[in-house]
Design a protein around this ligand. Structure first.
Ligand SMILES: Cc1ncc(COP(=O)(O)O)c(C=O)c1O
Length: 399
């Protein structure tokens, strides 16, 4: 089908909740995707930090094919071997002792919030339910996760938003201390904020938050949905800071492109859930977990976080040249291959121009160009992106 026809049909049959670019992709390999007109694009969005192994990674494709032919779905009232295998991988390589699987990032954060509340409820009763989230946060679009997402526009028109959630200033310990009371049950933090502008957490801040959590028996919850699975130069971003959470949410890259989310937690916290306390029909089904196992094995076998670190350094250096060259380019932000270029101008028109030139990037928080390419990206790909941006930047006139 021609793109014009796809757009017409899409507008007729799909809800209008996304601002879509006029393109439809039919194939993807590595860092590149090809559209219906046979034009190839360099992809530095990677499904928004999903395609860490690149598009259609062979190991994941084969695992999905083999599993689909055997058994795709059975209920969680039965034991699922690949679910246990994926849980073991996550436990073996993180602070966690137990895992629960779901289908998306928002669902993982819902689970994390519910688990924190249940733990506090069982230990302290009905009043210890408050969760403190951070300014600039994004945790998802369900009602519960919207309550922890610091974006008025996303909340508008959906009230009443569930209560029991407060916002502290990201990286400001005093603002957390002002909000903490005997009813606080959890503090929810993205170790590197994604939608909020690609901003890493400050180590000192995190250390003080952890101390506060230990002192007041508050659970520390890390949302590693965007920054996890090798992206920042460690398997999990929290490993940069030497501070372990009690609960962590994962999704996006965990399935190599197949939808899957997870909540992982320390034993003492995880046991707050007993049969019937939480659930999902599809979460952790054989097909999703086969893709998760194949994805995690590839990431671990290839130590892809090391590649993210190495390419991230190369990429950062190149982006830094823009900061020195163009007065309206403010700074490079982020870690590993989760990078942002903060501008003094809106980034939308740059995204549009890059798209026209066959390069996919996106913009977050209005003025931060965000780069979350597959972790298998090579120097040549980074050079192509940099050259394309330079060609666009040089034409921009800012008063
Ligand atoms: C940090 C973070 N948490 C949660 C979510 C929500 O994930 P999902 O869109 O899979 O519900 C996102 C999605 O962008 C995210 O970046």
């Amino acid at each position: 089908m021609k793109i014009e026809e796809i757009v017409t049909l899409g507008e007729q049959y799909l809800m209008n909740n996304y601002k879509r670019l006029p393109v439809s992709f039919v194939e993807g390999k590595g860092c590149y995707v090809t559209d219906t007109e046979n034009k190839t694009f360099l992809d530095f969005i990677g499904g928004i930090a999903v395609n860490n192994l690149g598009h259609s990674p062979k190991a994941v494709v084969e695992a999905i094919k083999a599993q689909a032919e055997k058994l795709m779905h059975v209920s969680n009232v039965f034991w699922i071997e690949s679910q246990i295998a994926l849980a073991k991988i996550l436990v073996d390589h993180s602070f966690a002792d137990k895992a629960f699987f779901c289908n998306s990032g928002a669902e993982a954060n819902e689970g994390a919030i519910k688990l924190a509340r249940k733990y506090a409820y069982k230990k302290y009763g009905v009043n210890k339910y408050e969760i403190i989230a951070m300014s600039g946060s994004f945790h998802g679009r369900t009602l519960g996760t919207l309550a922890t997402t610091d974006n008025k526009k996303y909340q508008e028109g959906y009230g009443p938003i569930p209560e029991g959630f407060k916002f502290a200033t990201f990286n400001d310990i005093e603002s957390i201390k002002q909000l903490v009371n005997e009813n606080t049950c959890g503090i929810l933090i993205e170790p590197v904020q994604g939608e909020g502008g690609v901003t890493p957490v400050d180590k000192q801040f995190l250390m003080e938050v952890k101390e506060l959590c230990l002192e007041k028996d508050i659970l520390l919850i890390f949302d590693e949905i965007q920054c996890g699975i090798g992206r920042t130069g460690k398997l999990f971003a929290y490993q940069h800071f030497g501070i372990e959470p009690d609960i962590m949410s994962l999704a996006k890259a965990l399935g190599g492109g197949f939808p899957i989310g997870a909540v992982v937690a320390k034993e003492e916290v995880a046991t707050a859930w007993q049969p019937g306390d939480h659930g999902t029909t599809f979460g952790g089904n054989p097909l999703a977990c086969a893709s998760g196992v194949a994805t995690m094995k590839s990431i671990l076998d290839e130590k892809l976080w090391e590649k993210a670190e190495e390419m991230g350094k190369y990429f950062t250096k190149k982006l830094q040249v823009f900061v020195e060259t163009y007065p309206w380019v403010k700074q490079v932000k982020g870690m590993g291959l989760m990078l942002g270029l903060e501008l003094e101008i809106e980034g939308a028109s740059i995204v549009e121009k890059a798209f026209q030139q066959g390069v996919l990037i996106n913009c977050t928080a209005g003025k931060v160009l965000r780069f979350v390419p597959p972790l298998i990206v090579e120097k040549d790909d980074i050079d192509l992106l940099i050259d394309t941006l330079d060609g666009i930047f040089i034409e921009i006139e800012v008063e």
